[in-house]
Design a protein around this ligand. Structure first.
Ligand code: NAP
Length: 342
């Protein structure tokens, strides 16, 4: 993490780098620590020497080949990263070699990766690289859900489902900062305690069939104005039973399944607003990244990093993510290290 920035010059003549490589999708497929060709920035690209890159649930889907994301060709995973600018393309303005940045790019589980300059931000100096790398995908999604889509207001009751997840942890932090009365769900005691320590008024168990009763007991019978749901599946229908008349629910993930059923009569009489997170374009994503970063800094909050793994141990990091025994983000660091012989 303390190594000096690479200026982008190739004086050694070596244009290779370490990267994590998935050869094909399949349950338990290992990630290989390989030397691959270092990317070269196009006109709009920032080439970043990666000091930290987070793992996303999508990396898990690709590794396993679920959610329609199977790959048959080798690929380097990762979209989120933080590091130091090594070189910039001819159209890039606002960044130069040596700048400390956060970015939403591609193939970030590597020593070097590219991001378009419009999805690159300055890293707050007080944040670690690991914290910064936790922000892009989950932070911008939670920001869009809380600020743009459901427009959470001070004093509103907000239920953050799976608050231990990356999206959930940002949603909890952002809605608390906005003055909402936040409730959380999580599948384990220690996660529920952590959610309360982060500002949730109460945290309930989403694996229990009586979730609605737990929520009503916690609120004195009141229902939720806003529900942020990254899980979907069978849980979605149960969440609606505690959505207040005129309440808003936003689906921003379908980890547990893409099917849920809806009683149209209740939709009609309760006047709910049902939203999907959608597929924002590049300008909107840039706004969400900036908005999330600014709000986190204003709130004096930092992204939550559960654990870091060296890049060379990416398989262990993916296994850890799949076990779901974490809170916040799992992050890869030490990009240039050789594989551990342990
Ligand atoms: N549309 C978009 O642009 C967008 C952007 C970001 C994320 N997403 C999606 O949003 C979802 C959440 O992302 P994330 O990064 O927050 O996920 P994550 O960090 O991997 O969080 C997953 C957590 O969800 C809980 N969970 C509940 N049911 C689960 C199940 N069937 N399988 C695995 N975990 C389950 C687990 O906590 P408990 O132990 O508490 O149950 C787990 O720790 C993912 O589906 C992701 O693909 C979408």
């Amino acid at each position: 993490m303390s190594s000096p920035p690479d200026t982008g010059s190739r004086s050694s003549g070596d244009d290779s780098m370490h990267a994590s490589v998935l050869l094909r999708s399949g349950p338990g497929e290992p990630l290989h620590h390989r030397r691959v060709t270092r990317p070269v920035p196009g006109p709009d690209d920032v080439l970043i020497q990666v000091y930290a890159a987070s793992l996303d649930r999508v990396d898990n889907y690709i590794r396993r080949g679920t959610h329609g994301m199977a790959v048959t060709e080798p690929q380097t995973p990762g979209r989120d990263m933080a590091g130091v600018v090594a070189a910039v393309g001819t159209n890039v303005h606002g960044f130069r070699p040596g700048d400390e940045v956060i970015a939403l790019g591609s193939r970030t589980h590597a020593e070097y990766a590219l991001a378009p300059y419009w999805h690159t931000l300055r890293k707050p100096p007080e944040w670690s690289y690991a914290e910064a790398a936790a922000l892009p995908t989950a932070g911008r999604t939670a920001y869009d859900a809380i600020v743009n889509i459901t427009r959470v207001q001070p004093g509103e009751r907000v239920l953050v489902v799976a608050a231990s997840g990356a999206v959930g942890s940002f949603a909890l932090q952002l809605s608390s900062h906005l003055g909402a009365e936040v409730y959380a769900t999580a599948g384990q005691d220690w996660k529920r305690r952590t959610a309360c320590a982060l500002g949730a008024r109460a945290a309930l168990d989403h694996y229990r069939a009586d979730l609605a009763d737990q929520i009503r007991a916690a609120t004195g019978g009141a229902e939720m104005d806003v529900i942020v749901d990254p899980i979907g599946g069978e849980l979605w229908e149960r969440l609606l039973t505690v959505l207040a008349p005129g309440g808003r629910i936003v689906t921003c993930g379908v980890t547990a399944g893409a099917r849920g059923s809806l009683h149209l009569g209740r939709l009609m009489t309760r006047g709910w607003h049902i939203h999907g997170i959608g597929r924002p374009g590049r300008t909107q994503i840039a706004e969400h990244l900036r908005g999330c970063l600014d709000l986190m800094v204003a709130a004096d909050q930092r992204p939550i990093v559960d654990r870091t793994f060296p890049l060379a141990e990416a398989t262990a990091a993916h296994d850890y993510l799949e076990e779901s025994d974490f809170f916040g983000r799992v992050v890869l660091t030490n990009m240039a290290e050789e594989p551990s012989t342990r």
